[in-house]
Design a protein around this ligand. Structure first.
Ligand code: IMP
Length: 184
């Protein structure tokens, strides 16, 4: 057992691993190849939703063999620590103008889909040439409306997870895998 595995076991809030580091690496390489093929000749602007998407976006971007540009926005959704209310507010807006850009929105996880639906409507109103979504994780069966996701990494059971960008109270974002969170 290495030091990271020991630290995981020593933390009673961390449960079983849902997506391993090796699975993430392989799937992101596949997603990168698909994006590269789909966007040849019309390089995308990657838009990341902070903070959760930063780890995924960094790995995904390096798997895309095209000239890329990046921008970020941060949203906060009102609700409890582990549930979104659907009322979303932009706390950091984009720096770039989206008009006539091929925008690829990069999301960490789609749970109810309410955050994504808000962000998508907001970005569409800025007149991009195209807008598609790449979500690393989608929770099974929880979306209220069809979230229309062009690229999905993994569909996972509807449980709260942390790691690989996902947090609880700002912790665990740096875990190199995704695992269940057992705390309250
Ligand atoms: P939605 O609006 O219900 O789809 O929730 C989306 C946002 O809630 C994500 O961008 C995350 O920031 C957060 N979220 C949802 N589920 C989880 C989870 O299992 N772990 C960590 N954050 C989550």
């Amino acid at each position: 057992m290495d030091a990271a595995e020991e630290a995981h076991i020593a933390d009673p809030n961390l449960g079983t691993v849902v997506v391993t580091a090796a699975e993430l690496e392989q799937r992101i390489a596949e997603l990168g190849q698909r994006v590269t093929a789909d966007y040849e000749g019309r390089p995308p602007l990657l838009v990341g939703v902070l903070k959760g998407a930063f780890v995924f976006m960094s790995d995904l971007a390096r798997a895309i063999r095209l000239p890329l540009e990046f921008d970020f926005m941060a949203v906060s959704s009102y609700g409890s620590a582990t549930k979104t209310s659907g009322v979303v507010r932009i706390v950091k807006d984009l720096d770039l103008d989206l008009s006539d850009r091929h925008v690829l929105l990069v999301e960490d996880i789609v749970d109810s889909g309410l955050t994504l639906s808000y962000v998508r409507r907001n970005l569409l109103a800025r007149g991009p040439a195209s807008l598609e979504v790449c979500a690393l994780l989608v929770k099974q069966g929880l979306q209220k409306a069809d979230p229309d996701l062009r690229y999905v990494g993994f569909t996972i059971p509807p449980e709260f997870v942390v790691g690989y960008g996902l947090d609880v109270g700002e912790r665990y974002r740096n875990l190199p895998y995704v695992c269940r969170y057992m705390g309250q």
